[in-house]
Design a protein around this ligand. Structure first.
Ligand SMILES: [Fe+2]
Ligand SMILES: [Fe+2]
Length: 480
C-alpha cells in the first residue's frame, strides 16, 4: 500500500492528483462557489464567524491523518481524499468475483452506480440542514464543537461523492452534483431523497440519537460500498468510514452522558422509581422512559433506510459486484450466494414470522440485521450506566416491525414487542412508545445554551476526556 500525500496548495485539497486532471479540477472549481453558498445558507446558523477547534484531514494514513486547529467553518479545507489504492485488488463478490477491480465505470453498471452514489451523496448535506439550528442551544462548547465537526465532515462526504460524479459520470454527473445542492431537507417541493433525512432534529437528544442510529446506517452503507468492485468508490468509502466513527462516538457518548446525569440526579434526590417522570423532570434532567421513546423513534425511522426486506435492486447490485455485504471480506461463504437462502422476517397470514428467501434477494434484510446487532453494542453500555446506579430500567431496541413506513411491516401497526395491534389500539398506545407533544415540550424547555468553558447544561454530564486531550476548561468554540 502506498500512501499518497495530500496536496494542500490548490483550492481543493486532494490526494487524487487533481493538479494533473484539468477537466475534473475545473468542474470541481466551478461547483465550489455553489457549495460555499449552500454552506452559508444551510450550514450551522449563527456561528459561521466563530472560531471552532476542528480536526481537518491532512492525510489518509490511519495512524495520523488529522490535525486540530481553530477554523472559521466557511474556511474549512474540504477536500477529496481516497484511501490508498491496494495493489492487485480483486472484485470480492458477485458474478465478477476474482476479476481485477474496475478503475473506470463499467458501462453496463453505470446507471446503477450513479444512483447509489447520488443516494449516498444526498444524505450528507441533508443532515447538515437538519442540524443547522442546534448550535444556539448547545449544552456546552465541547458539544457545540462536536456538532460542527460532524457538520463539516458531512460536507466533506458530499465532496467525496461529488468528486466521483464529476470524475466518472460526465455531463449527467455534473447535473447530479448541482442537484445535490438544490434539494433541501424537509422541503415540500424539493425534499432530500430518503425519509429519515427529511425529519426534524429539534433538540440535542434528537441529535445524539440521530448520530447514534442514523449515522450508523451511514456506516453500514459505507461498509457495503467499501467492498465495491468499482475501486474509486471503495477507496472513497474506506476513508469516509474513518471520519464516520467519530460521528457515532458523538452519538453514543452523548446519550451515555445524558443517562449518567439523569441517574446521578435521581440518586441525589433519592428517587428510585424511573417511571416517576414528574419528580425526575423537576430535577432538570431527562427521564429514562423519554430517552427510550426517542430511541424507539430514531431506530424505527432509520430501519426504513434499509429499504424493502426483499429487493431486486439489492440483488442486482451484489451480483454485479457493485455493493457488497457488511464486511464482505471477513465472511467465509462463496461470496456469490446464488444457491443460498437467508431467513427474512415477513408478515404471513397476519403474523410476523421467519421465512427463508433467496440470499441475493434478502441482502437489505441481512444488512439491517447486521445494523441491529451493531446498535445493540452501545445500548449495552448505556444499560451498564443505569445498572451501576441500581436503577431498575433497561433501554431496549423496539421490534423491527414497530413504527415502520417501508417494507414488510409498513402495512401493519405493531407494538415495541412486535405484537400486531388494531388501529384503535395503536392510536391509544402510540404515546407510550413515541415522544408525545408534552415530551417534546419538556425537552425543549431544557434546551438552554451553556456557552461558558467547562460548564454543562443541567441535563448532561461532562465527558470523561476532552477532544485532542484538551483539559476541561478548554474553549472549544470562540464565539464571534
Ligand atoms: Fe457522512
Ligand atoms: Fe456521519
Amino acid at each position: 500500500m502506498t500512501i499518497a500525500a495530500v496536496d494542500y496548495d490548490g483550492l481543493i485539497p486532494n490526494n487524487v492528483a487533481l493538479g494533473q486532471d484539468v477537466r475534473v479540477k475545473r468542474a470541481l472549481e466551478k461547483w465550489h462557489p455553489g457549495y460555499i453558498n449552500w454552506w452559508n445558507d444551510m450550514g450551522p446558523e449563527g456561528f459561521q464567524e466563530s472560531l471552532v477547534y476542528l480536526r481537518t484531514a491532512v492525510g489518509v494514513d490511519p495512524k495520523g491523518w488529522a490535525k486540530f486547529d481553530y477554523v472559521r467553518m466557511p474556511q474549512y479545507r474540504w477536500g477529496v481524499l481516497l484511501a490508498p489504492q491496494m495493489e492487485g485488488r480483486k472484485i470480492p463478490f458477485g458474478r465478477h468475483k476474482g476479476e481485477d477491480v474496475w478503475q473506470e465505470v463499467p458501462g453496463e453498471y453505470r446507471a446503477m452506480l450513479r444512483r447509489l452514489i447520488v443516494i449516498q451523496g444526498d444524505t450528507e448535506p441533508a443532515s447538515v440542514e437538519q442540524q443547522r439550528h442546534l448550535g444556539k442551544t448547545a449544552p456546552s462548547l465541547y458539544d457545540m464543537r462536536n456538532l460542527f465537526q460532524v457538520n463539516v465532515e458531512e460536507g466533506r462526504h458530499l465532496w467525496a461523492m461529488v468528486y466521483l460524479l464529476q470524475k466518472y459520470f460526465g455531463a449527467d454527473g455534473r447535473e447530479e452534483a448541482e442537484a445535490l445542492l438544490e434539494r433541501r431537507s424537509g422541503d415540500a417541493d424539493t425534499p432530500r431523497m430518503l425519509g429519515a433525512f427529511n425529519e426534524k432534529t429539534p433538540d440535542w437528544l434528537s441529535f445524539f440519537m440521530f448520530t447514534y442510529f442514523t449515522d450508523r446506517d451511514g456506516k453500514m452503507q459505507l461498509e457495503a460500498l467499501a467492498q465495491s468492485g468499482f475501486d474509486p468508490l471503495s477507496r472513497t468509502c474506506r476513508f469516509m468510514l474513518t471520519e464516520e466513527a467519530h460521528h457515532m462516538f458523538v452519538g453514543e457518548t452523548g446519550v451515555t452522558r445524558i443517562i449518567q446525569r439523569t441517574c446521578e440526579a435521581m440518586k441525589e434526590a433519592g428517587i428510585g422509581d424511573p417511571h416517576d417522570i414528574g419528580k425526575v423532570r423537576k430535577l432538570g434532567v431527562i427521564d429514562l422512559p423519554t430517552i427510550q421513546k426517542k430511541a424507539n423513534l430514531h431506530f424505527s425511522l432509520t430501519l426504513d433506510l434499509f429499504g424493502s426486506e426483499i429487493s431486486t435492486n439489492a440483488a442486482n447490485a451484489f451480483h454485479a459486484g457493485i455493493k457488497g455485504r457488511y464486511r464482505e471480506n471477513r465472511l467465509t461463504d462463496d461470496h456469490q450466494l446464488e444457491h443460498d437462502t437467508y431467513p427474512v422476517l415477513r408478515l404471513i397470514d397476519g403474523k410476523i414470522q421467519n421465512e427463508d428467501a433467496p440470499a441475493l434477494s434478502a441482502l437489505n434484510m441481512r444488512l439491517r440485521d447486521d445494523y441491529v446487532a451493531d446498535c445493540n453494542v452501545g445500548i449495552g453500555r448505556w444499560n451498564k450506566v443505569i445498572e451501576s446506579f441500581g436503577i431498575p430500567f433497561e433501554i431496549k431496541l423496539p421490534h423491527v416491525a414497530f413504527h415502520r413506513h417501508i417494507g414488510e411491516f409498513s402495512k401493519i401497526k405493531a407494538d415495541v414487542a412486535g405484537s400486531v395491534l388494531a388501529d384503535g389500539d395503536w392510536s391509544a398506545r402510540r404515546r407510550d412508545y413515541l415522544p408525545s407533544d408534552e415530551d417534546r415540550d419538556f425537552i425543549e424547555s431544557l434546551m438552554r445554551p451553556q456557552f461558558e468553558p467547562a460548564k454543562f447544561a443541567s441535563w448532561i454530564a461532562p465527558p470523561k476526556v476532552g477532544i485532542d486531550n484538551k483539559p476541561g476548561e478548554f474553549e472549544y468554540v470562540k464565539i464571534v
